[in-house]
Design a protein around this ligand. Sequence first.
Ligand SMILES: Cc1ncc(COP(=O)(O)O)c(C=O)c1O
Length: 422
Amino acid sequence: MFSPRIPRFSPSFSPAELLTIAHSLTRRGDEHAAIRRFEHEFATLIGVKHAVMVPSARFGFLLLLRGLGLEPGDQVIMPGITYWAIPSIALAAGFEVVPADIGLHTHVLDPDAFEAAITPKTKAVVPTHLFGTPCDMPRILEIAHKHGIKVIEDTAQATGARMAGRMVGSFGDAAYYTFGLTKNITTLSGAMVTTNDAELAAYLRREMATAQPRPIGKALKECAVGTAMMVATHKWVYPFAVHPAVVLGNKLGQDPIHDRFGEAEVRYQQAPDASQYQAPRAVQAEVGLRQLTKLERLNSARAANGRFLDEHLANVPGLGVPAYPAGAEAIYMSFVVHHPQREALAAALRGRGVDTTIGYMSDITRSDLFPELRDYDCPASREAFDNLLHVPVHPRLTRRDLEHMVEAVRASCLEGGAGHGG
Ligand SMILES: Cc1ncc(COP(=O)(O)O)c(C=O)c1O
């Protein structure tokens, strides 16, 4: 029997979503009704009063900063490792970004580092539930309330994760989520904002009312990309067509998956207003409604895989494994290990059929995009960023895949990472 070939991710997009799209586009429904229904169900899931669909998480974040009354020059604290678009859009809108360090293996905002970063100009903090791991929200809220700081949860990678029994996204003044094709649920791109604040929700709705509807062609393009991902990661296709291309590409110094699906990092020169953004469409909401019915099952499968890896990779020589704040119920969007020779480890794993990635986060105090953040010191973010590697944890992994991965990681680490160049 062949040994497994394991893709780094697997989209939640499936033939069921294709049917939903076909059904939605061939029926003339009320554009707003499906969106309201998705928003209502999403708010109920998270346990908050209001949810508003927005074009992207970054734009939702910008609207939240403005809607919560922040003004240019105000400081916003965010973790040293995050998605580049979040500091980029805040800086473009005239806010001051202040990085604070993360826990080395939790990868989420360290509450002590957050408290130490507060100044009289601090007006908001962005606890980012990175890789599906909830931040220590009880402590972060306590500190934020003591200093009168607004809390905007970045829940882009953690829809459905819980902390202390409560959904993340329900703790702060507001939260944003995103539903790209590689997230745990997708709406063919698009995003959501949640809050308990009726005035803030009304502001978001007014802003969204001025946006032009997204052209249907864009949703169809995303649908084509989703279908391509679905086919490329299928168990009958990936081992024979895609994995060999990944191995070859890497030997030539390229990453065909990242090159195909990644987004270029940019420094926004100007903060956009709502008229420059495109409002989500009913077809996206209908895909979102279908995806919500699978969310708990997909998250549970990820979490079971993640716990298996937690347990079986705990004592591998040279390997750093993830840690979780007390009370966190992570959804394992990524399983992130640390290794001092991660490139060699990645090559050795590819040679054994396991694809990995260094992901697409930025170490914002060292990124060329943000020279003004260079003077901040976030040593744990730096160390994590230089050593991290995402190993597959997606819901389609079988028990055999997991056992193979554990053996592959163990063997590769025992060989010093580089034993099996791929
Ligand atoms: C942690 C985090 N925050 C924010 C975003 C931005 O999401 P969007 O592309 O919807 O703006 C992402 C995107 O993947 C993310 O991973």
